[in-house]
Design a protein around this ligand. Sequence first.
Ligand code: C5P
Ligand code: MG
Length: 191
Amino acid sequence: MVNIILFGPPGSGKGTQATRLVEKYGLMHISTGDLFRYEMGNDTPLGLKAKEYISKGELVPDEVTIGMLENKVNMHPEAKGFILDGFPRNIVQSEALDRFLSAKSSQVNALIALEVDEEEIVKRLLHRGKTSGRKDDSDEGIIRNRISVYKEETAVVFDYYSKQDKAYQVSGIGSIDDITNRLFNQIDPLL
Ligand code: C5P
Ligand code: MG
């Protein structure tokens, strides 16, 4: 399996770019945020639990998120690998992911971080909030909280994979096509 973490703050373009990577590399896209929104849309117990945290811009408890991710991966033994978008979000999730993949004789091949500055992110998310129907995109307070959670808990995931020599940075500013090409240029030599 080839597993790539598409990393970056909320609004950095992970979802948009993941779709492009899936097309080119034939990997499966797993967005933990999308999985939560699907569960919330169906008012499942998992969805109701997740909503308590997502509505405040906080992280859903690790055991919930890790279990959901592992289930999704286990449901697709045919997959050539995965593009992980929005996971892992902290060190506990990173360690759990490494253990989980290693038990499958697999690994994270690379983490690619989309670099976008904070003011651009707030602008993009407020703009997305007008059409996404996501409550966590339409309230600047929730957006700012998501950004501080990113800084306090998520940003260190880059360092964690950097110590394994697997972390790369790509500018997330510019046209969608330009950013896609930057990602291809980083990923191609790794495969
Ligand atoms: O990844 P995305 O921005 O779509 O995630 C939306 C929300 O889902 C996050 O702000 C957070 O509340 C929750 N989430 C989480 N843990 C993850 C992924 C998403 O708590 N690993
Ligand atoms: Mg997303």
